[in-house]
Design a binder for this molecule. Sequence first.
Ligand SMILES: Nc1ncnc2c1ncn2[C@@H]1O[C@H](COP(=O)(O)OP(=O)(O)O)[C@@H](O)[C@H]1O
Ligand SMILES: [Mg+2]
Length: 601
Amino acid sequence: MIETVKKLLKILPQNDRGKLLILFLMMLVGSILEVFGIGMVPVFVSVIQDPDRLFEVRKLAFIWDLTGISDSRDLLVYGSVALVTIFLLKNAYMVFLYYIESKYIYKRFGIIASNLFDAYMNAPYTFHLRRNTAELIRNVTNESREIAYNVLRPILLMGMEIIMIISIFGLLLYVEPTITIIALVLLGGVGGVFLRLIKKRMRYHGKRALKERGRIIQIVNEGLGGFKDATVLNRQDWFIQRIQKTIHPLVKALTFRNITDKAVKPGIETIAISGMVLIAVLLLWQGRTVSAIIPVLSLFGAATIRLMPALRNFISQYNQLRYNSYAVNPVYDDLHELGFKEIKSAKSLNVNKADKLKLKRRIDLKNIYYKYPNSVDEVLKDVSITIQKGEAIGFIGPSGAGKTTIIDLILGLLEPTKGEILIDGVNVKDNKESWQSNIGYIPQFIYLADTSIKQNIAFGLPDDQINEDWLWEAVKAAQIEDMVKRLPNGLNTMVGEQGTQLSGGQRQRVGIARALYHKPQVLIMDEATSALDNYTEKFVLEAIESLRGKRTILTIAHRITTVQNCDMIYLIKEGQILNRGNYEELINSSEEFRRMNLLES
Ligand SMILES: Nc1ncnc2c1ncn2[C@@H]1O[C@H](COP(=O)(O)OP(=O)(O)O)[C@@H](O)[C@H]1O
Ligand SMILES: [Mg+2]
């Protein structure tokens, strides 16, 4: 519990401690008002019972002088008005307090979710390599809300209720010590036993539910993502079964959670009614007159009316906290790993974070070694490459040779375990963003968002920041101008989820246009045309060929024809450079290359 609170305080914005204090003080005022309201009830009852007695009280004489109230009828009227006014003011304040509290809570949800998403979006590539997206989605969409609404709120409410409960019992103890102590022992005993009984299971179910929430997203992703395969293979049942198996413990957890919550009210009600009866009996037993008992009973009655929900809320919130405290862990762990930096709420869009790191002469890879964080062996061993500005470079080799790893290193997504990558002598490591903003990257599968062609080309830019001239330059260079012009909606045509409205060749060329939009000096293609048929590939390659000389082009392919025209081809095998040279040179010098060439023709 203390652990949870500590982590929570780390997750919340740092200036929140002050805000929490203010909120707490407001709650304190609220509970004082509540107690005052309850205290008013027996006073009012005595007034109705015996108005004349009040006129005899010396200390109150000034009130009657001041207001001119002199008979019992006036007293009743004014007393009623005063009582109603006091309750009205008190409750107006309470509504205001609830508003402030809700606003605070839900704002925290927004802050935690955005901070977490910010952290994920700025995380190192290796972080995403080892994490399942389903979990990250769950943390941003679900767990941040759980933390705000079902961890932070219960703690605040419990604080408020406990102040309220103590204040009310304080008042009761002051007025009727003996009876209050008996009631206290009774309530405390029963409540304590109840909480002890369910504590362990509450934690168990909470932990379980957290895990299954992540798994559900994962299974739905896998099932829907592999929909075509699942249908053709008739394997839908396997996914459905997995969902059912995952949902089952969640259903059990939710049922348990709900019944323990619902059972609190009848439980407390039973205790309260028995308590009232017991108090009445005790009072009579003490030999008090009925007229003396009535104000006392009304005090206890009014107190019970307020205590019942307070106790119920306290127990509910306590259970809520136990059940949901696990939501804090994944969010805390990720923010802890990625850094607890806070984003400003109205951060202006920062598109060009860094000036481009200009390529003047050459790119050097110097004795690069690379090992993935979770792998045993080195994937790249002593790779040295020099690329002159304006050259077209090809990388070929069997799958798993390490080609993508080389590219991800050049892209600055990965950092070499040993060796360095220099741009005109400047280390990429220290200039990642400015280097990346000078690269156009085209992967094998272009990720297309379900928006227009235009927004997919100027990926991640708001409409009003899209430069139309740049857009059309990119469209022309990628050779999709004709296609776009033939579409009734032109660049505003929607591409469909994952670009299902476009053909494979069109998708790749939209990808090329995206890479070219921001006018990079370096163009990197990782199997960018591998999924295309030879005929379509030829068109896409033509688009790239037209950029020769103007840009430095790095192409990865597994077909020699794709890289045939390159100035320099590197043959990669088992993490090392086996041979290098242009097409003719390799044909003459490399046995392996000749074999690959023969297989293709
Ligand atoms: N995220 C990863 N974690 C561990 N090993 C990886 C990871 N990605 C790739 N590898 C391994 O690194 C080697 C090179 O992979 P890769 O660079 O993708 O090859 P290529 O692009 O030439 O097909 C392979 O043996 C592969 O299994
Ligand atoms: Mg690859």
